[in-house]
Design a protein around this ligand. Structure first.
Ligand SMILES: [Zn+2]
Length: 407
């Protein structure tokens, strides 16, 4: 795949494609068609996801309406209560949530949401965007089922400028009205098998969905193109281990495609390694590999970088991406990422476009990951042991909300 062909794929997919949407399906069909053009037969595998249609979402603070988007899957309710800004999760701040509509910083994770519930909050407000950006964009957020565990209070998302204004004005009272229809919809993984000489295989993953404001070029059409490039390089070339490519749906909604796939524990028994691509090919920034397995893989990748002329930062950790459900099921995993400095590339907003990536950098990153895949796929015996060390297991427990991070 040459730089021009690579950039054409970005151009063909320059649209928002959230998990479970028709646009996500359109992109899945595009990927399947690209495989077909290489003579490869990929399959679209659907899985169920929570969906909702918002009928009404309003936030009124001290009699003034604040532009907002209602949280999907957060139920339907109308609440009016004192407004409170939770600046931290110290006991003294949490104690002041009782009976209030609480505004928080950052994402609404499992522990933060349950802190709100446990301390008697009746509604919540989050904000995103950046006060320095010209836009007034508001991301469409959802109350994920693994966060709510069925306990729902209404919430809205607003722009950071509006959030700052609420605090500057010393806001006192808030009212949230949220009405929506919730239902079960469908997202999908696209799966391509390239069998090897033995029946064990390497699973290569990259998500192709985006968040609500984003064309998701860098995050993660780049990784999706990467998988196409790797697949193309193996066409007509026999390899020892099989290669299973999975373009994952609904990663941005909580790794749902990878989690759905990993429910098939029988299929995972023959998986020796997961190679995940999440954000490559950006014009600026360094190249990194997160290894959710024993340390030896980090050193191997560093040596490969020296051999092939690519600087690679490696760490032993859990990556917030599709590799994590695999590692959690005992499959050693590595995520490759080229990390853009924040001032030359941001994600999950309307600025994540193909302007952040270049065909040349994409080709270079794909070449490196292809070389790594080739070494693993043609190994007499896959060098990565099927081991998830205790320090990685501990991080998995924290990332997957089974244990609270005490640090
Ligand atoms: Zn991503």
């Amino acid at each position: 795949m040459n730089p021009k062909e690579i950039m054409q794929i970005f151009a063909d997919n320059a649209y928002v494609r959230t998990g479970g949407s028709q646009e996500e399906l359109r992109c899945a069909e595009y990927i399947r068609e690209k495989c077909a053009q290489m003579g490869l037969q990929a399959q679209i595998m659907p899985f169920p996801v929570d969906m909702a249609t918002i009928q009404e979402a309003t936030l009124t603070v001290d009699g003034q309406e604040v532009t907002c988007k209602g949280y999907l899957c957060a139920g339907s309710a109308e609440v009016e209560a004192p407004f409170y800004y939770l600046r931290d999760t110290s006991a003294v701040s949490l104690a002041q949530c009782k009976g209030k509509i609480v505004m928080i910083d950052g994402y609404l994770g499992y522990w933060k949401y349950h802190d709100l519930l446990d301390n008697g909050a009746v509604g919540f407000i989050t904000y995103d965007g950046n006060i320095n950006y010209a836009d007034e964009d508001i991301d469409q957020r959802e109350l994920r089922s693994y966060v709510s565990k069925g306990e729902k209070i209404p919430g809205v998302n607003i722009n950071a400028k509006a959030a700052m204004e609420l605090i500057r004005k010393g806001s006192k009272n808030a009212k949230i009205t949220l009405k929506q229809e919730e239902y079960t919809g469908e997202s999908r993984n696209v799966i391509l098998d390239m069998p090897g000489e033995v029946d064990e295989y390497i699973i290569l993953t990259a998500h192709y969905d985006s968040t609500s404001l984003s064309q998701g070029a860098y995050d993660n059409m780049s990784g999706s193109v990467g998988l196409l490039g790797i697949a193309e390089s193996f066409v007509g070339k026999p390899h020892r281990y099989g290669l299973r490519f999975i373009w994952c749906g609904s990663e941005e909604r909580g790794l749902l495609g990878a989690k759905a796939y990993c429910q098939d524990e029988e299929a995972l028994k023959k998986a020796v390694l997961n190679i995940n691509l999440d954000m490559i090919g950006c014009i600026m920034g360094d190249f990194a590999a997160t290894c959710s397995t024993e340390e030896a893989l980090m050193h191997y990748i560093q040596y490969m970088g020296l051999e092939l002329g690519m600087g690679v930062r490696t760490r032993q950790d859990v990556h917030s991406s599709d590799s994590t459900p695999f590692a959690d099921k005992g499959v050693p995993a590595v995520t490759f990422v080229r990390r853009s400095p924040p001032n030359t590339g941001t994600i999950h907003n309307s600025y994540d476009t193909m302007a952040l990536v270049s065909g040349e950098q994409m080709a270079a990153d794909i070449a490196f990951i292809t070389a790594f895949t080739g070494r693993m796929a043609n190994a007499v015996c896959c060098p990565v042991k099927r081991v998830i060390p205790d320090c990685v297991k501990e991080k998995l427990d924290i990332y997957l909300c089974r244990k609270r991070d005490k640090s």
